[in-house]
Design a protein around this ligand. Structure first.
Ligand code: C2E
Ligand code: CA
Ligand code: CA
Ligand code: CA
Length: 278
């Protein structure tokens, strides 16, 4: 960190100043957290055709004073400070090691793991090599790894992005476009990307019975996915009614509190065993 000494900054708004200081303190904590391994992964079930098909991994920060901090609070900061690179590598490594560990268990060995990837990670020149090296090192099956990208990644240098996606795709790695419908992805890009799934953003699922615009959007995304030959995953599914509706209009998979919250790995494994038996 640079020595800013405070004199380069002139804040006249004390509330603003305290916010900036808090931000700096949290950024410092984040650096320590990586060193001290304060991060952990939670796994959230994805259900398809009544069966568990996979899990999305969601990172958590076990802060020494603040307790469990949600990624909404520290991912943006990690992105700003560049710490998303080592953090993202750790997430990928841990997720791939988990995939490999599930290989010997018949109830777990067919599950896929979806990993969220930030633009800063994906645009690194060695991103593809990093992922492939991690797969080799952990002996994880690439066919069971899915990467979740967001529409905002399509804002610049799409050709490079597409090339990287194809390189990973050739090894078996799958792709989903996350939070679909909230960004501004051009439909012409969409057909050029080697995607497997679109993920319908939870904001549309939440109000699907309240706002007729949202049910129209959901149906449109499904129709679009079908015409592009992609699967659709709905996220933020909280009720049985939502699940039934989404399945009836053609969603392939659902994820949300209705099935399970994101869980620590042991709890997730217990959930899988119960779920697959019923
Ligand atoms: P996301 O990828 O859209 O993940 C879905 C978020 O919705 C998660 O929040 C999840 O806990 C929450 N969620 C799942 N089911 C429900 C539901 O039924 N109802 C409601 N209200 N919420 C539900 P979380 O875990 O707080 O993560 C927030 C965001 O942080 C993620 O959004 C993702 O963008 C980012 N994130 C999480 N882990 C990672 C990571 O390892 N790397 C990167 N780059 N980003 C991550
Ligand atoms: Ca996601
Ligand atoms: Ca999402
Ligand atoms: Ca989101």
């Amino acid at each position: 960190a640079k020595d800013e000494g405070g004199n380069g900054l002139c804040f006249f708004d004390p509330a603003m100043e305290s916010l900036v200081l808090k931000h700096a303190a949290l950024a410092e904590d984040l650096r320590d957290a990586l060193r001290e391994r304060q991060f952990l992964l939670h796994y959230q079930a994805q259900v398809s055709g009544g069966r568990l098909s996979g899990a999305e991994v969601l990172v958590r920060w076990q802060h020494p004073d603040k307790g469990l901090v949600s990624p909404g609070e520290f991912i943006p900061l990690a992105e700003e400070t560049g710490l998303i690179i080592p953090l993202g590598n750790w997430v990928l490594e841990t997720a791939c090691a988990q995939l490999a560990a599930w290989d010997d268990d018949p109830l777990l060995s067919s599950l896929t793991i979806s990993v969220n990837v930030s633009f800063q990670q994906f645009r690194q020149d060695d991103f593809v090599d990093q992922v492939l090296a991690t797969l080799r090192r952990t002996r994880a099956n690439p066919e069971r790894l899915k990467l979740e990208l967001t529409e905002s990644m399509l804002a610049s240098n799409v050709d490079a992005l597409i090339e990287r996606m194809y390189a990973l795709k050739a090894k078996g790695v799958g792709f989903a476009l996350d939070d679909f419908g909230t960004g501004y992805s051009s439909l012409s890009y969409l057909k050029r990307l080697p995607l497997d799934h679109l993920k319908i953003d939870q904001s549309f699922v939440r109000d699907v019975f309240i706002d007729s615009n949202d049910s129209a959007i959901v149906k449109t995304i499904i129709a679009l996915a079908q015409s592009l030959g992609l699967g659709v995953i709905a996220e933020g599914v909280e009720t049985e009614e939502q699940r039934d509706y989404l399945v009836s209009v053609g969603c392939h998979a659902c994820q949300g509190y209705f099935f399970s919250r994101p869980l620590p790995v042991e709890a997730f494994e217990t959930f899988v065993r119960k779920f697959q038996r019923t």
